[in-house]
Design a protein around this ligand. Structure first.
Ligand code: MLT
Length: 265
């Protein structure tokens, strides 16, 4: 089981949908700690450690985000949840869309944070495969160490060195084989814009206004593609908005959760 339970709904939360949080790369569920803490209300809050992370119990299959999505579905069902609001940051968003394609009956709402629905360019794909080979051959996370600064917005980099240190420590914890696996799995993912287009449930796209990895126009594209989507731009945050401004991200997700609860009631 790779499911991490932040909290379980009590009697007052019996009518609420559970929310499952899917992390970005090269991180694990801990990147959601502050958002989970800030989410209001009595509701089950879960996170998954995706394949290749220290908390993932599963042997690594062929690199594919389809496998990650199937694992999330299996974990949710094993925990007794046949419907949930699914939230993913960056790579977690790619997994959320794979889950929507492969297990649509599970998805009651979608939170797409600092992410996109399109596939990689050839150049981006080649770069991922280079990083995967370097991590694996050297048995090291060295090729992804620069992400401890690159993922943060310029405001966080300038004013909050503790966030750089936190990201660096989480990256250092990742197994090099897992880093290689995730890069190959992301390189293989298809464009899932049509999957998002077909979804009738509530969606929120959240993006830091200093995100240079999946910038604001990528989030605007998500909103334009979805049937019932809202856009939330987080000020002075980069690609790690969930770490840089967890209160703002939790507020955006709280609104999504309410919309999903209402649509399901
Ligand atoms: C992430 O934050 O998950 C990564 O930036 C995703 C990616 O490399 O596309």
């Amino acid at each position: 089981m790779t499911l991490h339970t932040y909290r379980t709904a009590g009697p007052d939360g019996s009518g609420t949908l559970p929310v499952v949080l899917l992390h970005g790369f090269p991180l694990d569920h801990r990147m959601w700690d502050a958002v989970a803490e800030a989410l209001p209300g009595d509701r089950t809050v879960l996170a998954v450690d995706l394949p290749g992370t220290p908390g993932s119990a599963d042997a690594l299959p062929e690199p594919s985000l389809d496998a990650s999505a199937d694992l999330v579905a299996a974990d949710l069902r094993a925990a007794g949840h046949d419907r949930a609001v699914v939230v993913g940051l960056s790579m977690g968003g790619y997994v959320a869309l794979a889950l929507l394609e492969r297990h649509p009956e599970l998805v009651a709402g979608l939170g797409l944070v600092d992410t996109k629905s399109i596939a990689d360019t050839d150049e981006a794909r080649a770069n991922r495969l280079r990083i995967a080979a370097a991590a694996e051959d050297g048995d090291t996370v060295e090729p992804v160490r620069p992400m401890s600064t690159g993922l943060l917005g310029e405001s966080s980099r300038a004013a909050r060195p503790e966030l750089v240190d936190q990201l660096a420590a989480w990256i250092e914890d990742q197994p090099p084989a897992g880093v290689a696996w995730s890069q190959r799995a992301m390189a293989a993912r298809p464009d899932r814009t049509d999957v998002l287009r077909a979804f009738t449930g509530p969606v929120v796209a959240v993006v830091g206004d200093e995100d240079t990895v999946t910038p604001v126009p990528a989030a605007e594209d998500l909103v334009a593609s979805a049937q019932d989507a809202q856009l939330v731009v987080v000020a002075r945050a980069g690609h790690m908005s969930a770490i840089e401004d967890p209160a703002a991200v939790a507020a955006a997700l709280a609104d999504l959760l309410q919309r999903a609860d209402t649509a399901t009631a």
